[in-house]
Write a protein that binds this ligand. Structure first.
Ligand code: ARG
Length: 469
């Protein structure tokens, strides 16, 4: 009885004991364990096992009594893990082995039947799919919270005009809510991307078993129904080794982090003495240990900084999957830590971003004092001339010369006298001043999706309705 001898020498019997005559090297055991991080899949693992056992009972592989016992004990094990009383050991490698071993310790043969018509290959894939599905739902709710934070300030900030920048140079004036809703759009695309990814996540792999399926009379449609999966994986070889969903999810997370990092960067500048547009809530800042005057935007800096790991995690996953032959390979165990880390990072970032976005205060006086610097209304003057019949290229040149002359004299376009304007272009009438300065330029806007006040009002209404759903 070589296997038994191996097992007892080894402390804990390995689930694959039969064919082995040598015990596992301790170094290998530590190298290959995943329990230190896959224990966070316990709920999904138990849910998957209960659904699987229920299906096995449906098709007569388990008796109703065995199923009841299995379900009841799995639920108890779940409570024990939740309470922190459950003992994890690297000898039992992963979450699947821990739960099955405990079930068998409690139930004997009924526990030994649970792993019928399944393998850890389809089991881990199922656990991850369930976990990612839950993570997507959490993220979608957090993205909504952040969108709500931006929308919640639109009415309050409606009368504030901010400079829009291109190339980090002052470009055109926009209403503050136009900025707030521009962030909402980005996070909406992120939400839609997650929901789209969810379709490919929500496919049943259980029943693919190791790679080829099973000769036992299982009913995979039932398992899918019990677990809320929309589809059953069509090809056992494919679905048991598919990790596209993990890579896709990691991309979605990195993209959210990248969006957050751009916003964080912008607000870090805006809170500087040089910009002085924003006062950040102190609850999300820290001070300096040496310079008494400092209030540093650490939350935003870390949201920006932690983006790096989400990009690294995506890279890790893609490289991990490169060149893997069909079906399950142990390499795939390495998908978990990057996924968990990206999720934890983005979740924490979103949880902080929402209150910070809602609570930061615009420094209206400082913004207003400088909003007419930088000739933000030059395009408005050019478009006025186009409306008066001047070809765009000609108007562009004339306004360029007017801007240069105003710059040399240190005045605004609106301060150039009418006769001088008319000397530059006789098409200009005295109504031109209505279209100048930041306020005039914003008021003149018309196009769909522009910063025209009427358009922005429409968009705010649209978003409010959207967010009520
Ligand atoms: N811990 C493994 C993973 O995360 C579970 C599947 C192991 N399968 C196997 N045949 N060794 O991928």
């Amino acid at each position: 009885m070589a296997a038994k001898k191996t097992a007892s020498k080894n402390g804990i019997a390995k689930a694959w004991g039969g064919v082995f005559t040598e015990k596992t090297d301790k170094r290998m055991e530590l190298f290959s364990e995943s329990i230190s991080y896959d224990q966070r899949l316990y709920k999904e693992d138990i849910a998957g096992s209960i659904a699987h056992a229920r299906m096995l009972a449906d098709v007569g592989i388990l008796t109703p009594k065995e199923f009841d016992l299995i379900r009841k004990n799995l639920k108890e094990i779940e409570k024990e893990i939740e309470s922190g009383a459950f003992e994890f050991t690297t000898e039992k490698e992963d979450i699947h082995m821990h739960i099955e071993a405990e079930l068998t310790r409690r139930l004997g043969d009924a526990g030994r039947k649970l792993h019928t018509a399944r393998s850890r290959n389809d089991q881990i894939s199922t656990d991850m799919r369930l976990w990612v599905r839950g993570a997507i739902d959490t993220l979608c709710a957090l993205l909504r919270d952040l969108q709500n934070a931006f929308v919640s300030r639109c009415d309050r900030d409606f009368d504030v005009i901010l400079p829009a920048y291109t190339h980090t140079q002052r470009a055109q004036p926009v209403l503050a809510p136009h900025y707030w809703l521009s962030y909402c759009e980005k996070f909406e695309r992120d939400r839609q991307r997650l929901l789209d990814c969810r379709k490919r996540v929500n496919v049943l792999s259980l029943g693919a078993a190791a790679c080829a399926g099973t000769s036992l009379p299982i009913d995979r449609a039932k398992t899918a129904e019990y677990l809320g999966f929309d589809q059953v994986g069509r090809n056992s070889l494919d679905i048991s080794g598919d990790r596209d969903f993990a890579a896709e999810f990691a991309f979605d997370l990195a993209q959210i982090a990248i969006h957050l990092s751009g916003w964080a960067e912008e607000w870090i500048w805006w809170s500087t003495c040089e910009f002085n547009f924003l006062r950040l809530p102190q609850a999300f800042c820290t001070g300096s240990s040496i310079m008494p005057q400092k209030v540093n935007p650490d939350t935003l800096e870390l949201i920006r900084g932690k983006t790096a790991r989400t990009v690294g995690n995506l890279q890790s996953l893609l490289v991990l999957l490169k060149g893997l032959p069909q079906a399950y390979n142990r390499d795939m165990q390495e998908d978990k830590e990057p996924i968990f880390d990206s999720f934890d990072t983005v979740r924490a970032s979103l949880e902080l971003a929402a209150p910070l976005a809602a609570q930061a205060e615009l420094n209206r006086g400082a913004i207003a004092a400088r909003i007419n610097a930088g000739y933000l209304d030059a395009t408005s003057l050019m478009e006025y001339m186009i409306r008066a019949g001047v070809p765009q290229r000609v108007a562009h040149g004339i306004v360029g010369r007017l801007v240069r002359s105003a710059m040399e004299r240190g005045i605004r376009l609106s301060e150039i006298p009418l006769d001088e304007m008319r000397a530059a272009a006789p098409e200009i009438g005295e109504d031109v001043y209505r279209y100048l300065d930041a306020a005039g330029a914003v008021r003149a806007m018309k196009s769909y999706g522009s910063t025209a006040p009427a358009e922005v009002k429409k968009q705010i209404r649209w978003w409010k309705k959207q967010l009520q759903r």
